[in-house]
Design a protein around this ligand. Structure first.
Ligand SMILES: [Zn+2]
Length: 66
């Protein structure tokens, strides 16, 4: 069983059942990988554009006090 490249958790997938282009997700860290090769099994990070915007900016409320 292949291990997750991110957290070393054993990935619950059957190497006989995956095909190139399949997306597998790690149960442990949630990272998704694309199967880019099956012999031997090769996994590549899936780029997720949706997680790109990670704004931690917070607006401070302007309060005028006299
Ligand atoms: Zn993982």
């Amino acid at each position: 069983m292949p291990n997750c490249p991110e957290c070393e958790n054993p990935l619950d997938l059957d190497v006989d059942e995956v095909e190139e282009g399949d997306i597998v997700a790690c149960d442990e860290c949630g990272t998704e990988f694309e199967v880019v090769g099956t012999e031997p099994l090769e996994l590549a990070h899936v780029d997720s554009d949706e997680l790109d915007e990670d704004d931690d900016e917070f607006m401070e409320e302007e309060e005028e006090e006299e």
